[in-house]
Ligand binder design. Structure first.
Ligand code: OAD
Length: 300
């Protein structure tokens, strides 16, 4: 995709926002960092803190294969990404504002913190592309529980087990120990560690994205009249491919702290997204974002 010919100024962005009826907002970890939640790939990001785990690739903490082999790795770090309660950022407030104005087609978020809900974005307008902490399931029998039920375990790094798989798990363990005693360790039992383990319903590498993503994206890329990508490095497929699936004539805007070299945007607002969006809405569009920090950021 190359730039749109007549779309390169802030005025173009304002006109597009005023006119738009179906804005597709694609968000990532950068929209929550102002609350102290780390993003993933920045120098101080979540993956930089995974060095002492001895993994080849820090992304493996979200590898389904590793979880099956050794769920304790994920359980040892999950407390760091548990979502805070009742808070959201001015940027989340902007997405809600688009919803209130009837302009939001959908917010595709890669975030698992569920903060969009705190801002008042409705489930219908939201696609949590990588799932969320809102629910958790048994990896063996798929028994589902509310995500919060798991929080005490995640905070204390203690693996939680499914009550319905407990007997079978114990039987398997006994068989496994017997085999080991006889010196006949079998690789068939490699997954014993994760048998009946509860896992938050966040999408791990090696897992399919939620059905909802596949059910909505095809129609949404056809329908959208403005694409805004915010706070994401666009490094993880298939979400990163959305920018290429949107028709060429639809304006594409980036709001991000760091530039993204592998995509062509018509306008890039490089900086902190809360500041950029407050300036754009408050100063240029005269739109008010409902957030406690809006006025203060606007006048800072
Ligand atoms: P990344 O950490 O890859 O990218 C975050 C982007 O946000 C970076 O480009 C930063 O420059 C930018 N950023 C940080 N703070 C910002 C701020 N205050 N204002 C504006 N921009 C800011 O995070 P994602 O792109 O979200 O997957 O990562 C995508 C997926 O990779 C995640 O969903 C996660 C991870 O593996 C799973 O959890 C399965």
């Amino acid at each position: 995709r190359t730039h749109l010919q007549d779309f390169h100024t802030i005025q173009n962005v304002c006109d597009a926002l005023n006119k738009a009826e179906n804005v597709l907002v694609l968000t990532g970890a950068g929209i929550s960092t102002s609350l102290g939640i780390p993003d993933f790939r920045s120098s101080q990001g979540f993956y930089s803190k995974m060095k002492n785990l001895g993994l080849d690739d820090p992304q493996d903490v979200f590898s389904l294969e590793l979880f099956r082999r050794d769920p304790s790795v994920f359980y040892s770090i999950a407390y760091m990404i548990l979502p805070p309660e009742n808070s959201f950022t001015p940027l989340h407030g902007f997405i809600k504002l688009l919803q209130d104005k009837g302009k939001l087609l959908r917010n595709y978020t890669q975030n698992i913190d569920n903060l969009e809900a705190n801002a008042g974005v409705t489930p219908e307008k939201l696609v949590q592309c990588h799932g969320s902490f809102a629910t958790a399931s048994c990896v063996t029998c798929k028994y589902k529980i509310p995500g919060e039920t798991l929080y005490p375990n995640l905070r204390s790094k203690k693996i939680a087990y499914c009550p319905f798989c407990e007997n079978e798990r114990k039987n398997l363990q006994r068989k496994f120990e017997k085999l080991e005693d006889e010196g006949g360790f079998s690789s068939r039992f490699n997954d014993i560690e994760s048998f009946g383990v509860m896992k938050p319903d966040i999408t791990f590498f090696g897992e399919n994205l939620p059905d909802r993503y596949h059910n909505t994206i095809k129609e949404d890329v056809r329908k959208c009249d403005l694409l805004i990508c915010i706070g994401t490095s666009l490094k993880v497929a298939p979400v990163s491919e959305i920018v290429n699936r949107v028709p060429d004539e639809v304006p594409q805007i980036l709001i991000n702290r760091d530039p993204i070299n592998h995509c062509e945007f018509d306008v890039e607002l490089l900086g902190y997204c809360d500041q950029a969006i407050t300036w754009l809405c408050g100063d240029k569009l005269k739109w008010e974002i409902k957030h406690k920090d809006f006025e203060q950021i606007l006048h800072s």
